[in-house]
Structures are given as C-alpha cells and as structure tokens.
Design a protein around this ligand. Structure first.
Ligand code: PGA
Length: 262
C-alpha cells in the first residue's frame, strides 16, 4: 500500500558520506548520483548529500541546478565565530551552499563525547545560520538489551526540545540505533516503527500536531537496497540516513527508488 499524500510529503533521503572520499572521488560519486537519480526517479523526492567539509563546495557545484538535491554538513561548531581553531561555523556552511546540518550523530556523541548541552548549542547555531538540523538519536545495544530504548531516546529528544522548538522552519530527526550503524544489523520494520511512533508522539506533545505531522523521521543503520523497502513501508518511517550504502551510486539509487515507491 502506498503512503498517503500527507506522509509522502515528508519523504526524504540523506547520504552521510562520513570521512570518505577525496575531491576527485566526491566529484565522481556526486556526478553519478545526480545522473542516476535524475534518470530513474519519477517523483520530486528530496535527496540530501552530506560530504566532509572540504568537499562541500564541489558537491554543491555539481548538484545546485537539480532542485531535488540539498547539501548537508556532517557537523557544525557550537560557536558563531572567532578563535576556535579547527571549528567550522554554521554561517560558513550556509555560504558554501549547505541548507542542512547533521547534529548529534552517534559517532560524534561516542568518539568526541558530545553532550546534550553541546548539541542544544549546535542546534541554536543551525537556527542562527538558517540551516535545517538533521538531529540524530538512538539507543546502544546495552540500552536495548536492558529494555531501556524508549527511555533513552525520549531523554535524548527532550534534552534538545527547547532548541528544536525555536527553529522556525523544518526540523528532521534521524533514529539511528547505535547497534545498527555500520554493523550490518538493521532494526526490524516493527522495531523502527515503534521508535518512530514514539518520536512522533513526543513531537506532537511538545510542538503541536502540525509540526509533528510535517517532520520527516528518518531511519539510519545499515540501510541497504535489500532491507529499505519494508522499513519505508512503515507509516512513520519517512526516509533514511544512509552511510556505507550511500557511497555506491547504484545501491543508493535502489534505496531512493524503494522510498519513492513506498
Ligand atoms: P550505515 O551508517 O548506513 O553505514 O550504518 C548510517 C549512519 O551512520 O548515518
């Protein structure tokens, strides 16, 4: 059964290229992705590409004339500007064509010890820079084995809800169970739907039904051409945040087609 028109309007697919590719590799992949998707997709499904910082401008150049494509950074500074060596400000990202930014990816929470207080500041910087946050959250395997997944994800969302509430335009959430990222293990469609329904309910309570109904809820974690369709068939799974499989244009196109046809 195809999704209702209302649910279809929330569809979005994002590619998280992580710390992969050099300039030449990014140009080749972006060119292939644009070519393949523009040929094969029959609907205006939005596609967001998230390359590493030094590749953003080149990817912007190759995608900017194709309305369905948007550009995301994988992170941004919690500061607006100044003496923060190595950091990248939201306004800089906006100036090179970014309109989205991934915030709170589990790799940043885990390896760089990003706290919820820091993530709230990053969401604020996204707002001040005119970037749509793609806010990631999800439980660890330990959490799930203890049956604590709903409590963990609820706490992760509540911690940044005031910052998200201040965003005047669209926000996007990505539910990415940590045990499914890069592991080849995926949440079952039922597990994903249960968590997405929880997130929709929390948004509804905090931000009202209109915003809750308009917010794309993406699933991420070992999404591939084989497991995408049953996940996207779930009523509250509006799209995906794809890591490994987004580095292969053909496979990414299969995932996009699965979403377009859901
Ligand atoms: P994966 O990564 O698809 O390689 O599991 C997803 C993500 O981390 O966003």
């Amino acid at each position: 059964m195809a999704k209702s028109d209302m649910n279809s309007a929330r569809k979005l697919l994002a590619a998280n290229w992580k710390m992969n590719l050099d300039l030449q590799g990014a140009r080749v992949l972006a060119t292939e992705v644009v070519h393949t998707l523009e040929q094969e997709l029959r609907t205006p499904l939005p596609i967001v590409l998230a390359p590493a910082f030094p590749l953003l401008q080149a990817v912007h150049h190759l995608t900017k004339d194709h309305a369905r494509f948007g550009l995301a950074a994988q992170d941004l500074s919690s500061h607006a500007k100044g003496a923060y060596t190595g950091e990248v400000a939201g306004t800089m990202l906006h100036s090179v064509g970014c309109r989205y930014v991934i915030i709170g990816h589990s790799e940043r929470r885990q390896y760089y010890k990003e706290t919820e207080a820091l993530l709230a500041l990053k969401i604020e910087q996204a707002r001040l820079s005119g970037l749509t946050p793609i806010f990631c959250l999800g439980e660890t395997l330990e959490n799930r084995e203890a049956g604590a997944q709903k409590d963990v994800v609820t706490a992760q969302l509540k911690a940044v809800m005031p910052a998200l509430a201040d965003i005047p335009g669209q926000i996007i959430l990505a539910y990415e169970p940590v045990w499914a990222i890069g592991t080849g293990r995926t949440a079952s469609p039922e597990q994903a739907q249960e968590m997405h329904a929880l997130l929709r309910g929390l948004l509804n309570k905090a931000l009202g039904s209109e915003r809750a109904e308009n917010t794309p809820l993406l699933y991420g974690g070992s999404l591939n051409a084989t497991n995408a369709a049953p996940l996207f068939a779930q009523p509250d799974v509006d799209g995906g945040l794809v890591g490994g499989a987004s580095l292969k244009a053909r496979e990414f196109a299969h995932i996009a087609l699965a979403l377009a046809n859901a």
